[in-house]
Design a protein around this ligand. Sequence first.
Ligand SMILES: Nc1ncnc2c1ncn2[C@@H]1O[C@H](COP(=O)(O)OP(=O)(O)OP(=O)(O)O)[C@@H](O)[C@H]1O
Length: 749
Amino acid sequence: MGPNRGRKARLIAKIKGFTDLEPEASGKWISVHRPKGDESGTVTVSFGDESASRKESYELDYCYDRIEGNDLIFSREVKPLVEDVFNGCNATVIAYGAIGSGKTFTIQGTEGKPGLAVLAMAEILSMAEESGKLISVSCYEILKDHAYDLLDPNRHEVLIWEDVARGKIQLKGLSQIAVKSIEEFQKLYFSSQNSYKQHLSSQISHKQSQKMIAEPHHRSHKGLIIHVFRSNESEALPLGKMNFVDLAGYEDGRRKSTGGVNLQENNIINKSIYALHKVVYALNANDSHVPYRESKLTRMLRDSLGGTNKILMITCLNSCYCQDSLCMVKLASRSCKCANRIIPDSTKKTKSMVRPTVLSSSSKSASATAAKRIGTRVGFSGNKANAKASIINGRKLFDETCHTTKSKKASQEESLPLEIVSTVTERAKQEEVTFSKSASATAAKRIGTRVGFSGNKANAKASIINGRKLFDETCHTTKSKKASQEESLQLEIVSTVTEHAKQEEEKQSSGISQAVESLTEDQYPLQAFSVEGSDMSFKASTQETKLLDKVNVTDENNHDKATPNIDGNAESLSFVGADPTIDKENNLVLVNKDESPPISARLQELSKNLKLLCSSSPSCVEILSKTDVSIEDQVSTEILEPKTPEPRLLVNDKSEIVDNSCGSWKAFSARSFRMKNSLVDEYLRFLNTASKEDLKRLKGIGEKRATYILELREESPEPFKDLDDLKDIGMSEKQIKGIMKREIGGLFN
Ligand SMILES: Nc1ncnc2c1ncn2[C@@H]1O[C@H](COP(=O)(O)OP(=O)(O)OP(=O)(O)O)[C@@H](O)[C@H]1O
């Protein structure tokens, strides 16, 4: 295994072997240049066949050729990681790439040609036998940003509980099954790989399943965790774990129109691939902030990625021409280039910037990157001694950087996010409706989960040995008719109430698009998707809350005051259920009705406004979009002076025309749903902004949960985007519903 130049993640590539359908001649578009002729140094992977006028080249830690098989990759790359796991580290091997690039072949393999996970398991079992360790496995699938347990016949959803203070993750509801032989493992592993969708299709009616089969193939990330336990007299204690992840294939949806449901699915997949690379980049660059919370996968892997843990990223490359493969190599190469990057302290003047100890070939681009990042205050999370050495020995480099701080490339790179905004805005616009719909659908959809977490250490050994599930849980997934009604009503709000806001946004987007059209071809999709994601979620959530913002003008002062109050002595949240405070928090909503603390002033204010809104004409909101007067003025006028509703037409998302005079029930339901969604939005906004003391005034939120919320907000400015996110702070669906019911009930006190 070649050197990593001090980086945490090693980034290699594997060119897929030819299949019978692929003629060898078509594979000449990739060439690999190995300066040292062996596996010990970085390589340059070039794309474009001999006739191509321009070749694109990228540097990676290594690239395995078509004829080099999984055995070789295992012995050079994975075996050393297995040893690390037995020394107490966690290791993660991730295969990613375009669709059909050989990811599953690399990780899982076939019956005759074992993949890296199977080869690693054979090694782990043999080492465990020698050293008296115990082994168990878990398998999961991430489909549309929800994780499901693949070893559970019912494919229950897996919840992630983060103990930020201790850097631990608990995957609630994920089965662990003890494994003693490779045959046992293979049987379990291979049979678990049926997708969640396939499982679902066995649970639903024939008609539904036919529809599902007619839909395009659903893609998902698949993960395997191999847990290694050391045992003492009474219990099995976790020693280390090894993750294998076979990511869903990357496909640039801008070029291939998969349409409908799959377009959204594709977006979610791509977003999570970029989120993973952002994490790898941040780890390799020693950034002080690692954006783990941007995807389900990175949150699940969090305790295996940072610190002294090991990461191997394998870019799988199609043998034949494939633009998506090129895109993936670009990403990998970017994380390769940030070796030993030491980020300048923006609080000091440019002259005192520390030069990164980047090696020659990448120094130019790295200097641009460093320049781009001026303004980012990042502490030296890496080796301080190295940093000093760089300052002293790298004097010349350092001076160079100062002079080239505003180089042409740097300015290009600074502009890149803008370019990306323009490229994604078009799609964001197209998908606006889909996303708005999905955002409200997510809020409406409640996946009920009750998890009895029996992570008791004393039980662990017995559970593992007996090969039964360590974590017993029951949950069910319902996508009710009601939820879909909510979706359509939400859409109605988005499309009618916020025409004005939409026009404003469109003006801005088109301005950005025009401004960046002239920029260079070079793109950083890594940033693209962070922009895309936030852009879309912004549209989905902001539009829904806009009306509320205007109605709730008097709240703004309170809101401003509600700045996060970080408690330096924050205790970590204990998940094991032994803490009486947590129990209190968990049960408060359901049990402690009489002693409940007063509702927050903001929510009370909201309640009053919603009552007014409810009693006012439904047409008042529609009028707003059709006049030139500001929304704020309109809303306040209309709400304060309710009018008798005129017969009118409502248009729902299915283009069904509802005559209000004979559909008053529907109109009433529509208003109720709007109220409900507005309340949910306001509740989430409160969680995202309120001070600790204010948070504690809410039902179900005590000292620990409030502290945890503030910690989450430290990591991500808006951790609660829909009610599902409350599960992150350990609130069950029942509790969430209980809270909302009580808030609504409070309206009529
Ligand atoms: N190194 C290889 N040598 C020979 N055949 C291979 C190799 N890698 C993959 N294949 C074959 O190519 C096909 C696609 O491979 P695979 O299913 O692993 O791709 P994938 O990237 O996991 O696909 P998807 O994106 O659909 O998940 C399979 O038939 C597989 O057996």
